[in-house]
Design a binder for this molecule. Sequence first.
Ligand SMILES: Cc1cc2nc3c(=O)[nH]c(=O)nc-3n(C[C@H](O)[C@H](O)[C@H](O)COP(=O)(O)O)c2cc1C
Length: 177
Amino acid sequence: MEGLLNNEISASGGLIGLREPVDTNKFRQVMRKLAGSVTVITTENGGQLYGFTATAVCSVCAEPPTLLIVVNRSARTHPHIWRKGAFAVNVLADNQKDVAEHFASKGDCQFSAVAYSRMESGVPVIQGAAAYIECEVEQTYDVGTHTIFIGRIVETGAEEDTPLIYYDARYARASSL
Ligand SMILES: Cc1cc2nc3c(=O)[nH]c(=O)nc-3n(C[C@H](O)[C@H](O)[C@H](O)COP(=O)(O)O)c2cc1C
């Protein structure tokens, strides 16, 4: 066992050296170092539209085209993604900070304040976004307070705009970083 790093798999295959996780403040502090594009995850269910601001979006693979999103189970949109089995990732343009703040707030009638169009599936996509990626849910994994939705990408679109960035708990334009 000597010489192996913490959590390293030993030659016999066992996981060794398991330690207590770091506290949540340390976790949040270090996660601020991860710069990310700001998106709004949208869906539709029973004729109602839902959406929330998210940075936990990650490309998974190109064959087949797949991405993942990570959604707090307490988010109002969560059960609707689950039931609809579909969602869109709207990658906000760098002039859409107000849209990011709007969809990160607890307000009602979220879609009355933004321009959008609807995909054939009924899922809304936000106008003026730098890109949209429409997905069908392929798999889900619950981890702690969140669900990872693996999405098979069924439609995409992109504009020339540069994306809005979130870094160190602030919004930034890519050109100013
Ligand atoms: C920049 C930013 C990124 C966020 N990323 C995520 C995320 O990836 N997943 C998530 O569940 N919530 C994320 N949130 C929090 C939600 O946007 C926020 O809690 C929202 O209010 C949840 O929707 P609800 O009010 O309809 O429940 C993020 C918030 C901000 C400001």
